[in-house]
Structure formats: C-alpha cells, structure tokens
Design a protein. Structure first.
Lengths: 220, 471
C-alpha cells in the first residue's frame, strides 16, 4: 500500500532529522518546528471598507453600481438587460434574489432556474448571482455553491452581475476566514473578470469566464 | 533517476543564440518583476506575512503524517476519495485505472505542474482517451507539442506571431493576429471540450487538513470549469501542499497572488470541499484526490534542502533570476526551472541527471529575497554544488583550479608572490584599466565579461605604507 509506504517515509525522514538537527539549529533549515501553530495576522483596519471595496473593484475592471434597496437593485439589473438587448439570464434562486427574477421575467427575459442544462446556461447572455461576502482589500466577491446557487451561473455567461449587501463587506482575507463557518462544496472567490495574459503578455478579458463583472452594491 | 544528463550549458548557449526567445524574455521578465514589486510594496507587513507563511509550512512539514491523514479523513467525510501515490508511475496507474473503470473518453485539464511531473497526458492517451489542456498557455504548449517554459506563464517563450502561426496551422481557422482574437478562438474551441468531457483533472495549490478543502488558484476560469463541469474531478497534489487550518489561506493566498502575477488576488480561487451535494445543480459527482510523493519525502529527510518543500510555486524566483532571464525555462531541461528547479531537480531526478543545474546561478541572492516563504535558495545551490563535487562531477580543470587556489591561500607568502607575478604578467593584458581577453583556461571568464585588473598595490602593502606610515 502506497499509503503506508509514504507515511513510513515521512516518519523515517523525521527521525533522520531529529539526529541531524538538534533543537534550536538555524531556523529555516532543519530545526523541527515547534508544536504550536503560528499565530495568524489580525484583520486589517481600514477607515472606509465600502469605499475601499468600490475603488479597488474598479481597479480590477469590475463595474460597481451603488443602490439603496433590493428593489432598486432589481430595477438596475432589468434596465441593464434592456439597454444591452439581453434575452436570457441564468440566475440564482435564493430568497433574496427572488424578486429580481420576477422583475426580469416581467420584462420578458427568460430566467434559467438552477438545474437548467449546462448547454442552456452556456447560451445565457447574463448570469445573476448574490454574494455572501465582499472583501475590501482585494475587491473580491465570495460565492458559495448550493441547491439554489449553481456554480456555473457566474462562469458560463459573458456577463456576470453579482448583488452584494454593503454590510457583508469584510476588510481582508484574514477577516473572511475568521468568519467562514460552513463550507459548501464550492466556495468561490472572484476578483474581476476572467483574464489571461498568456498570448504576448497582452491582458485579454473573458478567457474562459465572463468578460464583464458588475457588482450591484446595496447600501441601505 | 530517469533520462540522460541535462545539458544546461549547451541548452543555455542555444537559447542565447535564439533572438526571438531573447526578445520575449527581455520583455517579459522585467514586466513580471515590476508587477510583483508594486503589489508587494503596498503591503505594510510583507516580512511578517513571509515569516508567518514559512512558519506555517515548517509546522505542517514537521507533522506531515498527522496533517495528511487528517486531510484524508476530512476529504472522505465530505464524500471524496483519497489515493496515495508513492511515485509518478503509481499516480499514473491510479488515474488511468479510474478513467478505464468509469469508461472515460475525454479529459479536460487545468494547469498543473504536478501532472506535468508525472507525465499524465501520454499515459491517458495510450488508453485512447482524448486529453485537452484548457489553460490558454498550456493549450498553446499542447498544440505546439512542447513543454511549459515557466511554472506560471507556460508560453512566455512564444511571441504573438508564433501563436498566430500555430493556431492557423493547427486549428484550420482563418489566421488571426491580435491576442484577443486568438484567445477568442481558443475560448470557443475549449468551451466545446468542456461540454463534452467526462473527467476533469486539476492541480492543487493548497489543501486544508481541518476541512478537507482543495484550493485551486487561477485567472482564466478554466480550472473552475474543469472542477465543476465533468462528472468526475481528479485533483493531483504534491504531499507538501497541505496546510493545517482554513485560516492559513489568508496568509498563503495573499503571498501567492502578489508574488506570482502582481495581483492583490487571483481572479478565481476555488475552495472545493467534496463533490456535489444532494440537490446541487452542478459540480462533479465524484471527487478524487491523489496525494503524490515522487521524491518529496527524500527532500523532507534532507536537513539542508528540506525548506524547499515550503515552495508555493509562485515563480518569483524565476522572474528575478538573471540566469533564467537569459537562458529561459527550457534550458533547465526539467519540469521545474529557475532557482527552485535547480534545487529540487537534483533531488527528484538525481544529481547525475541534473548535471550543471546547481551551478546555473551566480548566487546573487535575489531569489531568496523575493521568495514569499523564505527559502534560502542560494545556500541550497551551494550545498548541492558541494555534493556534486563529492559525487565526482568536477572536471579535472575544476580540481586543478581548486588545488591551486588552496595552495595559494594556505600561506600569506604564496599569495604575496602570486600577486607580484600576476601584476607583472597582466601588463600585457590590461587595456585601459580593464582586461578584455585572458589566455586559456581563464578565457572562459573573459569570453562574456570584462575582468578587472589586479590592483597595483595589495591591501597589506597599502596598509603598511599608508595607514601604518601615516600614524
């Protein structure tokens, strides 16, 4: 069994090192680490985390719309669809996005519910999702997967619109991981549109995922 | 262990004579460095982050058996299956068997150096399985029948024109010239592959022991598709990728994104904890995690080189290395290039095969300064040089030189006499206070550089006359 072989090698390596390097040898080479896990950095403090999120989101190429209520968020997404002639949207079906789906449907937009085939989702003009958290320092959206939260809605359509409540913005990654309790099958951190600079070092958007990411920020 | 001796010097010489490659490297490397420097500069406590990351990794390595078995249990609790692979052949057998049992016809892959290391693609192809690389750079490498030349930017050696030629020749499509058009062609071709594939193979950037979470970092979205769309996801990780706590990711992800591509955060970070759960509309039905040794436990038991297992494959040491910038990644003749490659290849593949790799450095120390997990690469390279010499890899000329140097340095009088002789002899070689050409065997030095002449007065002479006399 390779499992036992590998674990045996690991234990043998540790014993060999215990002979080779007494405690307190030069750090970073062979000294056995102490049994205590290192302390992690505390969350940073920023004077205005919502402002920082907005500024940095724009720096990484996300569009940010600030609205005052969920109803206004729905109207904003609907008008985006109207302006751009979008006909089909793949959307999350979480309770806080239900009203949004209704507004889009009322406008004659086909709303693909979770469970639609991947081929259908791939033909959507737009993906509409929520975001569980936002991270100010990096302008990151944090999206859990779930029965009403398909992973591919934020990935296959060329445009992704995420609705985020301003009070869900945390300062940085350290603060995020201090808060995450439940882990879904996929927790996805998204920072800007899909990109690649593999061809001639030229940044190209929409390498595989959306070329446009919009955040509708509800600041009530 | 495998393959003939790597001819780093010959490879580097050929690379230097390739103007297209030189142009690519001279453009890319400084630009990678500028981006990294800017992203690092805005972090107030960068050194603290580095030390913390090194400590986390050292701790995990010191208790690797505990954290790997915890990871195994937590992955299993969430419905994933863990496989252990002692070497590359073992890993290939596990994945090929799985593909065969599930009747897999088409595999999509996201970028993974570990699967390069185990040479997975040819093994799957021998079974008649179609394997498609989906990272844009890796896709280009696959179309060209090449290997990646940089662990983060696999086609840094190719110009836009070269990619345009390749696509026109291989994809039977009208010729496009602009990067966005070429990327569009690839997007369209690969989108169809994602929809058709029944297995996705990815690498692993970090694996969290306490939660059984596999972390995959990328910018394009191909790894998200690879790990979400096909019904089976196989993730291949080197056993050093495990971190104890979910919260450790806060430190690790900050360092990785800023060090590798100069971003505050990579575009997509996927934290995958088990396969799709009941009621979920997408995600794989099966998740398999392959934990690979393949020489890593040899590093683990090596007191001088063990810290190389802290590596998070950011590529910062490649980007800052003056040797890499001129020779390019292919010159290293192995899967991992640059300073980190020159350290781990001799351990993974043997000192005999590694040849001059440990000598492919000026030991300037820049790589150690940028390393986000504080790996002392120059010291490790010096250590490996010593081992190479002890293993009989020195040339007769090396030995003669070392012997002569020892003789010279053993007695002050000998050095004094040699200085006198040298100052007399060099008169024929010094032109305008520099030496452009020296006779064999010293000509190797002056072939590519200018040598400074010996000072007209030794330090001891100066001290005696000036400092001593002036008192």
């Amino acid at each position: 069994m390779s499992r036992d072989v590998i674990l045996g090698r690991i234990r043998a390596a540790r014993e060999a090192l215990a002979w080779a390097a007494p405690q307190g040898a030069e750090p970073g080479t062979a000294a056995p680490a102490s049994d205590a896990l290192p302390a992690l950095p505390p969350a940073q403090r920023f004077p205005d985390i919502v402002g920082l999120f907005v500024q940095r989101a724009r720096q990484v190429g996300m569009l940010v719309d600030i609205v005052a209520s969920p109803a206004e968020a729905a109207r904003r997404v609907a008008s985006l669809c109207g302006e751009r002639g979008m006909r089909r949207a793949a959307a999350w079906a979480t309770p806080d996005l239900a009203a949004l789906g209704d507004v889009l449907a009322a406008q004659g937009i086909e709303v693909l519910a979770p469970g639609s085939s991947v081929e259908q989702v791939a033909t959507a003009d737009l993906g509409v999702t929520g975001a569980e958290w936002g991270i100010a320092e990096t302008a990151t959206l944090v999206l859990p997967s779930g029965p009403q939260q398909p992973r591919l809605a934020s990935l296959l359509p060329p445009v992704h619109v995420a609705v985020l409540a301003a009070d869900r913005i945390v300062p940085d990654l350290h603060a995020l991981f201090a808060r995450v309790g439940f882990l879904p099958s996929a927790l996805t951190l998204i920072t800007g549109p899909s990109r690649s600079a593999d061809i001639g070092l030229t940044p190209v958007l929409g390498a595989h995922g959306p070329m446009e990411v919009s955040v509708v920020l509800i600041r009530s | 262990m495998s393959g003939p001796r790597i001819d780093m010097i010959g490879n580097a010489r050929r690379a230097l004579q390739d103007p297209a490659l030189q142009q690519q490297l001279r453009r890319a490397m400084p630009s990678f460095r500028r981006q990294r420097d800017a992203a690092v500069a805005e972090v107030a406590d960068w050194e603290y982050l580095r030390s913390t990351a090194a400590a986390i990794k050292d701790h995990a390595l010191a208790h690797l058996d505990r954290y790997l078995t915890e990871l195994e249990m937590q992955v299993a609790v969430r419905g994933g299956v863990v496989h252990w692979a002692a070497d590359a052949a073992d890993a290939r057998r596990i994945i090929v068997d799985l593909a065969r049992r599930r009747g897999i016809r088409r595999v999509v892959k996201s970028k993974s150096m570990t699967t390069e290391e185990i040479h997975l693609n040819p093994a799957l192809e021998r079974e008649g399985i179609v394997v498609v690389e989906t990272d844009l750079g890796e896709y280009i490498v696959q179309l060209a029948g090449e290997t990646p030349s940089h662990i983060v930017a696999p086609v840094v050696h190719k110009s836009v024109e070269a990619v345009a030629d390749l696509f026109a020749a291989k994809l039977h499509a009208p010729r496009h010239e602009r990067p966005e058009e070429l990327a569009g062609v690839a997007r369209q071709t690969l989108r169809a592959e994602f929809l058709a594939a029944d297995m996705g193979v990815s690498g692993v950037n970090f694996a969290v022991a306490e939660t059984g979470t596999i972390v995959v970092v990328e910018n394009e979205g191909n790894a998200r598709l690879t790990t979400s769309r096909p019904r089976i996801h196989v993730a291949v990780m080197g056993l050093e990728k495990v971190v104890p706590r979910l919260a450790d990711l806060g430190v690790m992800l900050s360092l990785l994104a800023r060090s590798s591509t100069g971003q505050r955060a990579s575009v997509y970070v996927s934290l995958l904890s088990g396969p799709r759960r009941p009621g979920e509309p997408d995600g794989p039905d099966e998740l398999h995690l392959v934990i690979l040794d393949n020489g890593r436990t040899r590093l683990l038991g090596d007191p001088d080189l063990r810290a190389a297992l802290r590596c998070i494959r950011c590529g910062a040491c490649l980007n800052i290395c003056p040797v890499f910038e001129r020779a390019g990644g292919h010159a290293y003749g192995a899967v991992y290039s640059g300073p980190i490659g020159a350290v781990i290849t001799p351990v993974y593949e043997g000192l005999d095969r590694a040849g001059e790799l440990p000598f492919a450095s000026t030991l300037c120390g820049a790589c150690a300064e940028v390393c986000p997990v504080k790996i002392d690469l120059p010291r490790m390279l010096a250590e490996l040089r010593g081992r190479a010499v002890r293993a009989g890899h020195a040339t007769n000329l090396d030995r003669l030189f070392a012997r002569a140097w020892t003789l010279l340095m053993e007695r002050p009088a000998r050095l004094w006499i040699a200085g006198k002789i040298g100052r007399t002899l060099q008169r024929v070689a010094v032109r305008g206070r520099r030496i452009d050409r020296l006779p064999y065997p010293l000509s190797g030095w002056t072939a590519h550089r200018v040598a400074p002449p010996l000072a007209t007065q030794s330090f001891r002479e100066w001290w005696r006359m000036d400092r001593g006399g002036g008192r």
